[in-house]
Write a protein that binds this ligand. Structure first.
Ligand SMILES: Cc1ncc(COP(=O)(O)O)c(C=O)c1O
Length: 380
C-alpha cells in the first residue's frame, strides 16, 4: 500500500444523481458537464457512469478534454463549451465534437477545415444574455452570424445556448430576464429557418426553473452531489460523490506553551493531544484552512492547529479517546454521525464547493467505488 491519502469517488452516487436529475428535466436531454477532469472526480469514470444512468451528452471546456474521453472509447455527443482558437479545429472535427462559436472567425476555422477533410462541423452558438463572458449580446449580430452560417456548406447549426449568471442566487429576477432575452434570440433564429436545439439550464436552473429546461439541460455540480448554493431548494436528493481521506501519521501530547507549525501562529494553552496527518496544500488542502477547518477522527471533529504545511497538517485530538497512528481521518465526507462536505469546507476557505472539489491535486490517488465494492463494504 502506498501513501494513505486518497480520494474515494462513489460512482453509484453519480448515477443516482444523474437519474434523479433526468427525472425532473421535463423530458429534456441531459448533458453531464465533465470539464476540469470531471470537477476533480475523474472525467472518464464520471462520464461513463453518467451515460449509464441517463445522461445523453457530455460537456467539456476544451477539445483536449473531449479527446481524452474519445480515447477512452466514449462515443456520446460532446459539446466544447469554451471558444475555439486556431489550431483547435482539427481536434474538434477529428473526434466529431460539437463546438461553441460566437463569431465568424470561429465558424470560418471549422468551415475551412471541414471542407478540406470532407467532414461536417456541428456548432452551437453561444449568446450572452447577462454573463458577459463569451457569447453574442446583440440580436443584430446574431442575425449576421446566422446569415454567414447559411453560406457555409460544411457547417451545421445544431444548437443555440446561453448560460445563467445567478441561477443559484436568492432572487431569480435576473435569471428570468436572461431567459426573456434568450427567448427573443431563439425566436429570431427560428424565423431565419434554423431549428437548433436550445439549452440554458445549469444545475441551479434545473432544480429551480423548469421553464428553462428547453431541449437540453447542462448539469455540472449536481452530478457530483451538490446543489450549488444554500439558496437552491433541495427538491431531489443529491449525494456527494467524493470523500477525501487519510490516516493519522503520528500522535503526540504537548504541554501548554508549545507552538505548532510554521510561523508559530498556534500555541497550546493546555496539555494538547496533536495528530499529524500526511496531507497538505501540496495535495490541495488549502493553506487558507489553517486554524479554520476540522477533520473527522473517530467520528469527532478535530480542529486544524496552526498553519497547513505543503505535505502535512496537525489537528487537535484532545478529548478523542485512543487516537493512534493509522486511524482514519476524513477531510471530506462522512465518519460515524459526522459529515464535512465541500460546502462546509468552502465556507471555511471563503470559496465555493466547485473550487474545493477541483483543487485536490493529481498527487492524490482517486479510488473508484461502484456497485460491487459498495455492497461488499456494506456486508463487511
Ligand atoms: C456553459 C456551462 N454550462 C453548464 C455548466 C454547469 O454548471 P453547474 O456546475 O453550475 O451545473 C457550466 C459550468 O461552469 C458551464 O460553464
Amino acid at each position: 500500500m502506498g501513501r494513505p491519502t486518497f480520494v474515494e469517488v462513489n460512482l453509484n452516487n453519480v448515477m443516482k444523481n444523474v437519474s434523479n436529475l433526468k427525472r425532473i428535466a421535463s423530458g429534456a436531454k441531459l448533458m453531464a458537464v465533465v470539464k476540469a477532469d470531471g470537477y476533480g472526480h475523474g472525467s472518464i469514470q464520471v462520464a461513463s457512469a453518467a451515460l449509464d444512468s441517463g445522461a445523453d451528452w457530455l460537456g467539456v471546456a476544451i477539445p483536449e478534454e473531449a479527446e481524452a474521453l474519445r480515447h477512452a472509447g466514449i462515443g456520446a455527443p460532446i459539446l466544447v463549451l469554451g471558444g475555439i482558437t486556431p489550431g483547435m479545429e482539427e481536434t474538434v472535427l477529428k473526434h466529431g465534437l460539437r463546438q461553441t462559436v460566437f463569431d465568424e472567425e470561429g465558424v470560418r476555422l471549422l468551415e475551412n477545415c471541414a471542407a478540406k477533410t470532407g467532414r461536417k462541423a456541428r456548432i452551437h452558438i453561444k449568446v450572452d444574455t447577462g454573463m458577459s463572458r463569451i457569447g453574442i449580446r446583440e440580436i443584430g449580430e446574431l442575425m449576421q452570424l446566422a446569415r454567414f452560417i447559411k453560406e457555409c456548406r460544411h457547417v451545421e447549426l445544431e444548437g443555440l445556448f446561453t448560460h445563467f449568471a445567478a441561477a443559484d442566487a436568492k432572487n431569480i429576477a435576473f435569471t428570468l430576464k436572461q431567459k426573456a432575452v434568450f427567448d427573443d434570440m431563439a425566436a429570431q433564429i427560428r424565423k431565419m429557418g434554423f431549428s437548433p436545439m436550445i439549452h440554458a439550464a445549469n444545475s441551479a436552473a434545473i432544480l429551480r426553473l423548469p421553464q428553462t429546461h428547453y431541449d437540453m439541460v447542462r448539469a455540472g455540480i449536481s452530478v457530483y452531489g451538490y446543489y450549488g448554493s444554500d439558496e437552491v431548494e433541495k427538491i431531489i436528493p443529491l449525494y456527494p460523490a467524493m470523500e477525501w481521506k487519510t490516516h493519522v501519521m503520528m500522535v503526540k501530547t504537548l504541554p501548554p506553551g508549545v507552538s505548532v507549525s510554521y510561523g508559530r501562529t498556534f500555541v497550546t494553552k493546555r496539555k494538547t493531544a496533536v495528530a499529524t496527518l500526511p496531507v497538505g496544500y501540496g495535495d490541495g488542502y488549502k493553506r487558507v484552512l489553517s486554524s479554520r477547518a476540522s477533520v473527522l477522527i473517530k467520528g469527532n471533529r478535530a480542529p486544524v492547529l496552526g498553519r497547513v504545511c505543503m505535505d502535512q497538517l496537525m489537528v487537535d485530538v484532545t478529548g478523542i479517546e485512543g487516537v493512534k497512528t493509522g486511524d482514519e481521518a476524513v477531510l471530506l465526507g462522512r465518519q460515524g454521525m459526522e459529515m464535512i462536505d465541500a460546502e462546509e469546507m468552502a465556507k471555511w476557505a471563503d470559496t465555493i464547493s466547485y473550487e474545493i472539489l477541483l483543487s485536490i491535486s493529481p498527487r492524490v490517488p482517486r479510488i473508484y467505488l461502484h456497485d460491487d465494492d459498495i455492497s461488499a463494504n456494506a456486508a463487511r
